[in-house]
Design a protein around this ligand. Structure first.
Ligand SMILES: [Ca+2]
Ligand SMILES: [Ca+2]
Length: 455
């Protein structure tokens, strides 16, 4: 046994060295050879290339591809295949003047249902900015496998799954991921690897939770060789997270639907950190806002609210893998659920500093761990600070779950080490930390977005 353990350890160390050396080489190449190519619907001589793939093929490691406004389609599957370290940036006018304006000059990549829109494959570092990715069929909008990627200000909509991240390291900021549909993870599915989601909108996505007949599922299965739970756990309208290290900060995850588990999020194993998120009005039969099985999740300053009286969080241990599922939560709001938090078999949930709704925002049951037919239950530890009141949201009917000045959540929380809020405003303001994703400011300061490391 010992020699086997050492062998595995050596393999992991050598793999880590290979990866870090690979990154170093990429960075050097970026500095040495970076040049810029242009793409526009008219093609040459207005710009260098008419298709994005032609520019990608011509580019070298570290180059930048600027894409002018317009709609790009192709019958290639994938429409764009990236296997080298590049930056692709949309939002340019015909003269390619910097800076780009993603709103004024939309750059649309539409696969028209033929296949995936963009594939990023291999040990490369890719940045995608200001692209509108739509019409992805088999394979979805954007697939990133075994790569490092930065996604900024993209809109990913109407795809057969918006985004698949497999064994990759990805940073996502200010993206809008809406109206995508898949078996699991309608908006996003992360399988192993790590991802940091900051200030994204993930909404109106759907997990159908039925076994697909298309080749997508079978191909993914062969490529990923996923653990058993991936094959047996279906859902995650907004996001599905399988055995991944995930940080979600300042996101709005709302109005996603799953027909099995996890309307907003389905989290299977791994380590997940949720901070300053508004998670509301998602729907699913099991865990309307989120379903968690196994793994560890740490939540601080999140607002959960709904209009449908379902279950906010459904937390379960993974008995198959002997993984209990450990969830800690601080400074949370739960409003208008049938059950705020359901703690199932062998899971442990620790909550402190919670505002539970009352009146029109009352939960039928705030938190519960009933004994199941096998005589098992989860474990609940509630801290000393529990408040009950109408949260006094600004405008829940229009999806605004910020705090009105008369909310009991204001100054009522504890210091969870989180010093900015959803809006990027410093916290605490006034007499203390507010409960939920919003820190109420009488006169909001100019928005300050601190680097993730300082949050
Ligand atoms: Ca305050
Ligand atoms: Ca605020």
């Amino acid at each position: 046994m010992k020699s086997t353990d050492l062998g595995v350890g050596s393999f992991i160390i050598s793999l880590a060295l290979t990866l870090s050396l690979g990154l170093f080489v990429n960075l050097v190449k970026v500095r040495a050879t970076s040049s810029t190519y242009t793409v526009c619907p008219a093609g040459p001589p207005t710009c260098n290339y008419r298709t994005i793939q032609a520019a990608v093929d011509a580019a070298s490691e570290g180059d930048v591809i600027k894409i002018a406004t317009g709609t790009y389609t192709d019958t290639l599957n994938p429409m764009v295949s990236i296997t080298k370290s590049l930056t692709l940036r949309g939002g340019y006018a015909a003269d390619f003047t910097d800076p780009p304006d993603f709103e004024a000059y939309p750059t649309v990549l539409d696969a028209q249902g033929v296949g995936s829109v963009i594939d990023v494959l291999g040990e490369i570092t890719v940045t995608l900015e200001g692209l509108q990715i739509t019409g992805g069929g088999d394979g979805g909008g954007l697939r990133i496998m075994n790569a490092m990627a930065t996604l900024d200000h993209n809109k990913i909509f109407n795809n057969t799954r918006g985004l698949s991240l497999n064994n990759s390291q990805v940073t996502l900021s200010y993206n809008i991921i809406v109206s995508n549909t898949a078996t699991s993870g309608g908006g996003v599915c992360v399988s192993e690897g790590s991802a940091i989601f900051s200030n994204n909108i993930i909404a109106y996505n759907t997990a159908l939770a039925i076994w697909p007949s298309s080749s997508t599922y079978l191909r993914d299965k062969e490529e990923r060789q996923p653990p058993l739970s991936i094959l047996t756990t279906l859902g995650g309208g907004g996001l599905c997270l399988f055995y991944a290290n995930i940080i979600l900060t300042g996101n709005r995850i709302y109005s996603n639907t799953s027909y099995d588990k996890g309307g907003g999020l389905m989290i299977v194993g791994g380590a997940t950190t949720l901070t300053n998120n508004f998670i509301h009005d998602n729907q699913a039969p099991i865990g309307d806002e989120a379903f968690l099985i196994g793994g560890e999740a740490s939540l601080a300053h999140n607002t959960f609210a709904s209009h449908t009286r379902g279950t906010g969080l459904f937390v379960q241990g993974d008995k198959t893998f002997g993984d209990p599922g450990i969830v800690t939560m601080t400074n949370s709001i739960f409003g208008n659920y049938g059950v705020g938090i359901y703690v199932d078999t062998i899971a442990t949930v620790t909550v402190d500093s919670t505002l539970w709704g009352s009146g029109a925002w009352a939960n039928t049951t705030d938190i519960t761990n009933p004994t199941n037919w096998q005589g098992e239950a989860g474990y609940i530890y509630t801290g000393t600070l529990n408040l009950w009141d109408d949260p006094h949201f600004v405008s829940p009917e229009t999806g605004n779950y910020h705090l009105r000045p008369d909310s009991l959540a204001i100054d009522a929380g504890i210091n969870a080490g989180i010093y900015t809020d959803f809006d990027g405003e410093p916290r605490p303001y006034s007499a203390g930390f507010d409960i939920g994703a919003d820190e109420y400011w009488a006169n909001p300061p100019q928005k300050i977005y601190l680097p993730m490391v300082l949050r």
